[in-house]
Design a protein around this ligand. Structure first.
Ligand SMILES: [Zn+2]
Length: 164
């Protein structure tokens, strides 16, 4: 399998696209959750999935992994406004701290582990996330999953209302 190497300017930093060979079902589920939570491409603003399978890239020094809507965007530049919007969506979807399980504050602290941004309620929790990243990631998967489920149910209800 070929490794796609691209650079995208992100405030002077670069992103790198990469493909993974064999993904387990858990990893696939995690990817799908993350795409659903990210919602839009940080370069075009297009909805992820609207232009085919989103492309994962690593952005900046923290190597945070984000998804782009299409191949064409790998030559683009990350829009800082969209970047902010995406991170507000991610924090909202996460909702709670994976360590304390408490609601996240309005401006939560964050860290990037294994390419994924994780928000915490208290600065001290960052160390705990970094000490056991997989446990935190699994917990965040569950927060995402229940957020997405609730959101879908809400949309269904709204749709019903519109048709009546
Ligand atoms: Zn695109």
């Amino acid at each position: 399998m070929t490794m796609v190497l691209v650079t995208v300017a992100l405030t002077g930093q670069s992103v790198r696209a990469h493909e993974e060979d064999h993904q387990t079902e858990d990893q696939l589920r995690r990817e799908q959750l993350r795409i659903a939570v990210q919602e839009i491409c940080p370069i075009s603003g297009e909805k992820l999935g609207a232009m085919g399978t989103p492309i994962k890239v690593a952005a900046g020094d923290s190597k945070e992994e984000v998804y782009l809507c299409c191949e064409g965007c790998t030559n683009g530049k990350i829009d800082q406004k969209l970047w902010g919007t995406i991170h507000r969506s991610i924090a909202k979807a996460q909702g709670k701290c994976p360590i304390s399980k408490k609601d996240l504050p309005r401006k939560p602290k964050s860290t990037v582990v294994e390419g994924q941004v994780i928000y915490v309620a208290r600065l001290a929790s960052i160390e705990e996330v970094q000490a056991e990243p997989e446990a935190a990631l699994l917990q965040v998967d569950e927060f995402y999953a229940s957020y997405i489920k609730e959101k879908k149910q809400r949309e269904k209800k709204e749709e019903k209302r519109e048709h009546n």
